[in-house]
Ligand binder design. Sequence first.
Ligand code: AP5
Length: 243
Amino acid sequence: MPVMERPAGSEAVTTPILTTPGPILLLGAPGAGKGTQAKVLMMEWSIPQISTGDLLREMRKDPVKSASPLGRQIRQVMDAGQLVSNDLVQAMVLERLKLPDTRRGYVLDGFPRTLPQAVWLDQQLGRQNQALPVVAVNVQVSYTNLLRRLTGRRNCPTCGRIYNIYSNPPQNDTVCDVDGTALGQRADDSESIACERLRMHEALTAPVVAHYRDLGRFAEVDGELPVADVTRAVMDAIVRLRS
Ligand code: AP5
């Protein structure tokens, strides 16, 4: 895993104190800024970010796993902008949640994104006898901006810092401000695949938002604001939902 750096544009905000953040879900369309915000929460509240997209990309980097029939299938599905099977993602999340760093809480980013995944997570958390119930924050951004964010996103393969050539560009066009590594672009951030991901989101993930809204302990924030303002809104919402 790359060493983690603050996302570009996320200058320090005054962090509300939350001794036990508990399980936090960051919901939102591809490009809404879930990863950007999850990294800040992770750093400010010392809890892990669990991104199913990152876990799948890590799996793809493993030469043995990626050469297996399952590895090849995952690559095909992700590169087409579609969703990996519920069973596979759930098994991955279950393993990750067993690690001791999740005891005080964690931020789930990109999971659940189908209704069966949400129902499965509710059951798991019920079984684990979590001290705190899950809280969910949905980050909202318009379709036009989502597409612009996805196609403009660049990542540093060394430190993991996220940039955007339109809204949060690096000082030098092509390299990371922190370590000078050449920035990369995700294969699924091309315009055609980004459109497919947004379509899948609309079809499969909208019911997940309705599910958490119905359960309560749910908030919506405006993800169109500058990164630091979104961070403030997300943190305030979580503190409010926990009080
Ligand atoms: P995943 O990696 O989870 O991708 P995603 O959900 O499509 O989300 P992104 O990572 O693209 O966007 P983000 O919301 O994190 O935005 P970011 O902070 O980077 O999943 C990839 C694939 O894995 C899926 O397509 C699927 O195949 C598979 N998968 C993953 N989870 C799965 C699951 N649960 N079930 C089945 N399959 C699964 O920001 C985006 C850009 O915007 C950046 O450039 C950033 O700098 C910029 N930006 C962020 N915030 C702001 C702001 N406030 N103002 C201006 N610019 C901003």
